[in-house]
Design a protein around this ligand. Structure first.
Ligand code: SF4
Ligand code: SF4
Length: 671
């Protein structure tokens, strides 16, 4: 899993951009400044809100996940900051939680078990204790809970752990000292079988009526996972308890249904239900990635009834689901400076750069800069606006080959590097493309960082992949980006898509070359910082030498690389293929916005996209265009309803180029 390091103030800023007044009134929102004052610069791996759904008061407890170094084997600790604490001002003392599954046992730290635990191990197919044996509690509990509390509670803890049923696990432990609970430890225990919850509570002497508790919670039994929150004291478990339900993300419509049930049960105010429904539909930020979700609900129980429902809202730096059509803002703007006819005025380019900086666009990719005198100034403006800048260079037009090669001078490239360019993307037509190889050699000499080569594959050159990869690697490129099956530069018009056999051979070559499980996320090409929790295992492999990536436009090859089983195919959501209008948009040299620069050249297609809407695109304002342009909306919708892909095993993991006249009708992988 890629770890995204954002300071807490980034999550607070996100919250202020998406206020939920039904959950947080102005006083509550303003009081978060006290959290920011103390923790604003703290690196945070996700933040959240605890919401009391049945309580008309509009305040929340604030939650954040931060690095820590005082509990061995555990990287992060969760702070839960009570509203009263951050409202008061002054120093904040959070309640503390750790996820036991985060524990990484040191190699020498072989698990040892108490007799009771060993007995428990024998009764389980998969013991719950491997990461939580005696050594786990010995090393984690005293620094986390304090020596005194740890020694007072240890006997009771061993007793209740030993009685846990097979497959039950401790999810979290917590301390709530700021609430005066000094000799108490919160246990959050996951059960996979409903009945075992109450049997365990009975066995360990929980002081409540387990039959009454089971009756009261029975309506929520169909939830997929259950985690009991219970407090442990020196004399055993305390009566106060709650049940976490719905602890796995599902489709927003299913979350809606759960909220509706809570409303019907009188556990959630309609206004708060409406706010939750809005919260789970906020479009994610692309880079840095932030997604909003409800992580789980908790039902508090006392004396025969559910007394309260709480929702745990999260701002997560990791992708939990792909049910969104585009990012809230484009991650990248492709800016065309010249197109052979039009030239983008410098003041227009600078104004758009400023606009990108003000609207959280992450970077700009410049095209047609070879003969554009102000490019250096644009790069400096990107640095000033905090934007990443990439310059794309390639042989402009056949008739200009010779003179164009002469124009790219070492000193010009050096000036771009000095002006702050972040990366170069060099279009390499073949392994003998002198124009591109000349640029690559000059950049190598300049020791420019992040130099990539891109190669367009079609039926007549598909056999050259190995030779192109060798030439790119020898020229110092850190990545070769293979593209194809899209509307491309004029020189590729008339080329034919590769055959199924050629795609298969290219996929084999890419896998062999990379020497590890190639994935879209490994490429710098991916416009966002996507992190999918399901791909944890891939993060261990470190690429060596130049890597080959497949551009998202060449979606069929990307899909083919990961195989036909959608479960194991990592191409998901808006990044499974064409990203036009989903994670980026373009500005042509004529000053007009477009979904991508290749849509600009396919004007008939762009008109077709708009015709159903009877509207013309706004070119005054980047955000207006991104949110409302009929062309973008049509593109997003059409991508989900394409006919020709029906029945293809890659349908859910592929999004081909819609700007391409042949479209998917010419896809060699179609049935
Ligand atoms: S429309 Fe999409 S797939 Fe086609 S060239 Fe543009 S970004 Fe690539
Ligand atoms: S038929 Fe459609 S879904 Fe299948 S690989 Fe080709 S473009 Fe992708």
């Amino acid at each position: 899993m890629k770890i995204q390091e954002l300071p807490a103030r980034a999550y607070l800023a996100h919250l202020r951009r998406h206020p939920v007044p039904e959950l947080m009134d102005e006083e509550c929102l303003a009081a978060l400044a006290n959290v920011e004052a103390q923790f604003g610069d703290t690196i945070t791996h996700g933040a959240g809100l605890e919401v009391r759904l049945g309580n008309p008061a509009r305040f929340v407890d604030y939650i954040m996940c931060v690095d820590q170094d005082y509990v061995p084997g555990i990287k992060c600790i969760w702070y839960e900051i009570d509203y009263a604490d951050y409202l008061r001002g002054g120093e904040i003392s959070p309640c503390l939680f750790i996820n036991t599954s985060d524990y990484k046992e040191e190699k020498a730290d072989e698990p040892e078990h108490t007799a009771a635990e060993d007995d428990n191990v024998q009764r389980q197919e998969k013991p719950f204790v491997p990461p939580m044996g005696k050594k786990f509690w010995d090393s984690v509990l005293p620094p986390f809970a304090g020596e005194k509390r740890a020694s007072r509670l240890r006997g009771q803890l061993d007793r209740v752990l030993a009685a846990l049923p097979p497959n039950a696990t401790i999810k979290q432990i917590g301390t709530m000292s700021p609430r005066g609970e000094l000799d108490i430890l919160r246990l959050v225990v996951i059960f996979h079988q409903w009945e075992t919850i109450f049997a365990w509570l009975r066995d360990v002497g929980w002081p409540g009526d387990t039959g009454a508790m089971e009756q009261a919670l029975l309506p929520w039994k169909e939830a997929q996972g259950f985690a009991v929150n219970i407090d442990l004291s020196e004399s055993g478990l305390l009566e106060k308890t709650g049940l976490e339900v719905f602890g796995r993300w599902r489709h927003p419509l299913l979350v809606d249904k759960f909220i509706e049930r809570l409303e019907e049960a009188g556990l959630c105010l309609p206004s708060k239900g409406a706010a939750l429904r809005r919260w789970i539909r906020i479009l994610p930020d692309g880079d840095p990635f932030i997604q909003t979700l409800v992580t789980y609900f908790k039902l508090n129980y006392a004396k025969g009834r559910v007394t309260e429902a709480k929702a745990y809202l999260e701002q997560s730096p990791y992708i939990h689901h792909h049910y969104f059509p585009h990012y809230e803002r484009p991650v990248r703007l492709d800016m065309e400076l010249t197109d052979g006819t039009a030239v983008l005025p410098e003041e227009t380019a600078l104004a758009r750069i400023r606009e990108c900086g003000e609207n959280r666009v992450r970077g700009i990719r410049f095209f047609g800069g070879e003969t554009y005198e102000p490019l250096e100034r644009l790069l400096k403006a990107c640095v000033a606006a905090g934007l990443r800048a990439e310059v794309v260079l390639g042989r402009p037009r056949a008739q200009e080959q010779e003179s164009a090669a002469l124009q790219i001078e070492h000193s010009w490239l050096a000036a771009l590097v000095a002006a702050g360019v972040d990366s170069f993307l060099i279009d390499l037509e073949s392994e003998t493309d002198e124009y591109a190889l000349h640029i690559l050699a000059a950049l190598k000499e300049l020791e420019a960082a992040n130099v990539r080569a891109r190669w367009y594959m079609h039926r007549d050159n598909a056999g050259k992949l190995a030779a192109v990869a060798k030439a790119a690697e020898e020229s110092g490129a850190v990545e070769l980006l293979v593209t194809g099956m899209k509307l491309s530069a004029a020189k590729n018009v008339g080329t034919v898509f590769p055959s199924r056999e050629q795609i298969s051979a290219a996929a084999e070559f890419v896998k062999d070359h990379n020497g590890y499980n190639e994935s879209a996320e490994g490429s710098q090409e991916s416009a966002s910082q996507e992190t999918d929790q399901n791909q944890d295992t891939q993060s261990a492999a470190q690429p060596v030498g130049m890597q080959i990536a497949v551009e998202s436009c060449f979606s069929p090859l990307r899909a083919y690389l990961d195989g036909p089983d959608p479960k194991y195919n990592a191409n998901r959501g808006i990044e499974r293929g064409c990203e036009a209008g989903r994670s980026f948009m373009a500005l042509g040299a004529d000053g007009r916005f477009a979904p991508c620069l290749h849509w600009k050249s396919g004007e008939t297609l762009q008109r077709e996209l708009q015709s159903d809407r009877g509207d013309s695109d706004n070119t005054e304002n980047l955000v207006e265009y991104w949110e409302h342009a009929p062309a973008l909306q049509a593109l997003r919708e059409n991508g989900e309803t394409r006919q020709h892909c029906a029945g293809c095993c890659y349908e859910r993991r592929c999004l081909p180029c819609q700007a391409c006249e042949e479209g998917v009708t010419g896809c060699p992988l179609s049935n």
